[in-house]
Design a binder for this molecule. Structure first.
Ligand code: SAM
Length: 198
């Protein structure tokens, strides 16, 4: 099944419903700036239309093929940001770097504080794998990674603020859960400040 829907004109946003490999295979080489993707994690999650339970090597092979297509369509100096569980992400980070023209740039740990209930030791961590295509990414979005000091009245910190300086984020991000029923619906700073046009 394939459908496409224009959601916004400015900035232009199109939503496509398709098997991602079919869709990627129709996209031209070196045609986009970045891929940001959150694939299934092969954890037997009960999706409506997809069985999330492949043999380990089949799953890794599938993900590598998708990452190969992503490498082909992203321009040199563009970025691929790929989310997965830590065990799978650590394998894919290096396997994909060896197979394709991908330069490992950063691994960002994404932490959920607590789950609302259920079994203990559910995964509260995901890793965002970040590669540059052919070279380190041209666009890092450093402005978006600047935060606010927690102790602005400290003399040394006050001086830094006066100088227009700001703290920068570490390589881990901590987000409380925001669900469809949550009151909080605001865009996170990382998105709203980092993406031109949003
Ligand atoms: C981890 S979830 C992503 C959730 C999403 N980030 C969100 O917050 O709603 C993985 C998604 O990939 C979709 N998916 C599974 N196989 C796919 C395929 N072959 N092509 C495109 N999407 C697929 C699943 O239906 C599911 O919605």
């Amino acid at each position: 099944m394939y459908t496409e829907q224009r959601l916004l004109e400015n900035p232009p946003v199109t939503l496509a419903l398709s098997d991602c490999k079919d869709y990627l295979s129709k996209m031209p080489d070196n045609s986009i700036d970045a891929v940001i993707t959150d694939p299934p994690y092969n954890i037997k999650y009960k999706y409506d239309a997809y069985s999330d339970n492949l043999p380990f090597h089949d799953y890794i092979q599938w993900q590598l093929e998708i990452l190969g297509e992503c490498t082909r369509i992203v321009k040199p100096g563009g970025s691929i940001l790929y989310l997965n569980y830590p065990e799978l992400a650590s394998k894919l980070f290096w396997d994909a770097s060896e197979q394709y023209a991908l330069v490992p740039y950063e691994i960002i740990t994404w932490i959920y504080h607590q789950h609302t209930g259920g079994k203990p030791f559910r995964k509260g961590t995901r890793l965002w794998l970040w590669w540059g295509v052919e070279r380190e990414p041209d666009y890092i979005g450093e402005e978006a990674l600047k935060g606010q000091y927690r102790n602005p009245t400290d003399k040394r910190i006050a001086k830094r603020i006066e100088q227009g300086l700001a703290p920068v984020d570490y390589d881990w991000w901590h987000y409380e859960q925001v669900k469809n029923v949550s009151k909080e619906k605001t865009a996170h700073r990382i998105l709203s400040r980092g993406s031109p046009g949003l």
